[in-house]
Design a protein around this ligand. Structure first.
Ligand SMILES: NC(=O)c1ccc[n+]([C@@H]2O[C@H](COP(=O)([O-])OP(=O)(O)OC[C@H]3O[C@@H](n4cnc5c(N)ncnc54)[C@H](O)[C@@H]3O)[C@@H](O)[C@H]2O)c1
Length: 431
């Protein structure tokens, strides 16, 4: 059978392993494109919630989910169902272990799932971020253990990094994809498959090149954020407003892309992904100095923000110990509820460890989760006048920043939101 023609013209079925921030939107994109869809997750709880129409992902509404269910999407915790899929996408986590080394156990487990279901006619594509060589080191052996050779047995293998940016306007299905095959034919098959899902597909010569593309994209962000975080500290020393400087530099129509300082880097991509590259580099006896420098700067930013907040209190004769501080925003980036690896939380934890009395305003993260971090939740309409200082740590859209600056005597703005919104208050101090 002409596999490329099949993926181009037929109504094939997408199988997704791992129904999180990456896997669920991908599966629903396939359904919206009129394809079949089977989503497998080891979490029975997650599968049950999805089957009852409850989404755990900010960018997927319950209505989106209900529509996909009506259109025939299947959520299952039975891996054998994936044998019915024509293209299997692996979207499992790739975190760091205790000593910040890559934790490949999820990819390894997903590869074992593939081993149990792979059959002629299938494309397998790894989407989890990992070091260059992962697809060949982990997924290829699983296919071979199942008794198949790539191409020869009508089985294909590729890597295509996910670029979803939670909370942003551009969604999975609208963002161009980079694709690289383990073999040349696999690359071409994967290109055809992804063309059914996204408008633009950029084919590279190998899975390794596709793996490295993702790591360069996120390393570029980490390094530039590190640069601007260092510049912010220098600008403060020199009595210059770094936000004004970045906005001015951004008027240059070429050669400059604005990055902004903040409480540090958070989430499960920017702080982690470069570590996959530097870990692999060490094996090749190569040192990644830019990655290491950026990490040093970025990882010290929560502490730097705590110092700036302590200085503001000190200037008013207030100690950190026993002073009431309102943390505004604790997710790792604006307009999402995800607080994993959040630098904003680190700032508040540090202040709390020094004895500050912390309360948190973050409607997206919600009261239950705020309490789980040991902080008191505050509602948007509450009287805020009892706080000595507000620290804006994550700049969610739906926050009344005017009210905060009116009711609380000192505001520390780690995100430059007052400047962006054109709000002028003499008691607001930007990072
Ligand atoms: N979230 C993002 O913004 C983003 C963006 C680009 C790339 N990525 C990358 O995509 C990958 C997935 O990230 P995510 O944010 O979607 O993770 P996530 O934690 O939101 O979801 C992962 C899902 O996989 C399931 N899972 C774990 N092991 C499994 C297994 N062996 N079989 C089946 N299901 C399994 C978990 O139960 C969970 O539902 C990671 O490599 C990440 O680095 C994430």
């Amino acid at each position: 059978m002409d596999r490329q023609k099949f993926f181009q013209d037929d109504r094939w079925t997408a199988g997704v392993i791992g129904l999180g921030y990456v896997g669920l939107p991908l599966l629903l994109t396939a359904i919206r494109r009129g394809l079949g869809g089977i989503g497998f997750d080891v979490s029975e709880e997650r599968v049950a919630a999805l089957n009852s129409g409850v989404s755990h992902i900010d960018d997927i509404s319950d209505e989106d989910l209900e529509k996909a269910l009506a259109d025939g999407v299947e959520f299952t915790s039975d891996p054998s169902r994936l044998a019915a899929a024509d293209a299997i996408f692996i979207c499992v986590p790739s975190p760091l272990g205790r000593n910040r080394q890559p934790d490949l156990s999820f990819i390894e487990a997903a590869a074992r799932t593939v081993e149990g279901v792979v059959r002629p006619g299938q494309l397998v594509s790894l989407e989890s971020t990992s070091y260059p060589g992962t697809t060949e080191d982990y997924v290829l052996p699983a296919i071979e253990r199942a008794g198949y050779s790539l191409d020869e047995d009508d089985v294909y293998l590729a890597f295509s990094p996910e670029r979803v940016s939670p909370g942003d306007e551009l969604k999975t299905g609208e963002i161009p994809k980079v694709v690289g095959g383990v073999t040349e034919v696999s690359g071409r098959i994967a290109e055809t498959v992804y063309k059914r899902l996204v408008p633009t597909v950029h084919l590279v010569s190998s899975a390794r090149a596709a793996e490295m593309t993702k790591l360069i994209e996120n390393t570029y962000r980490a390094v530039n954020i590190g640069l601007i975080n260092e510049m912010a500290q220098l600008a403060h020393e020199l009595g210059i407003d770094v936000w004004e400087v970045v906005d001015a530099a951004a008027t240059k129509p070429f050669g400059f892309q604005p990055f902004y300082p903040g409480p540090g880097v958070g989430g499960h991509c920017i702080p982690l992904d470069p570590q996959y590259l530097s870990w692999r580099a060490r094996e090749a006896n190569f040192s990644t100095r830019f990655i290491d420098t950026a990490e040093q700067v970025n990882s010290k930013m929560p502490g730097y923000n705590v110092t700036r907040i302590s200085d503001l209190l000190n200037e008013r004769g207030l100690p950190v110990f026993g002073t009431k501080v309102l943390g505004v925003g604790i997710s790792y980036k604006a307009n999402i509820a995800d607080d994993r690896e959040s630098a904003s939380l680190e700032v508040l934890r540090d202040l709390a460890a020094r004895g500050a009395e912390i309360a948190v305003l973050d409607r997206l993260v919600g009261d239950e989760r705020i309490r789980s971090h040991g902080f008191e939740p505050v509602a948007p309409d509450d009287d805020l006048s009892g706080f000595a200082l507000a620290a804006i740590l994550t700049d969610h859209r739906d926050v009344d920043y005017e009210k905060i600056a009116t009711e609380i005597p000192v505001v520390y703005d780690a995100r430059g939101i007052y400047r962006r919104q054109g709000l002028q208050h003499s008691n607001v101090y930007a990072l």
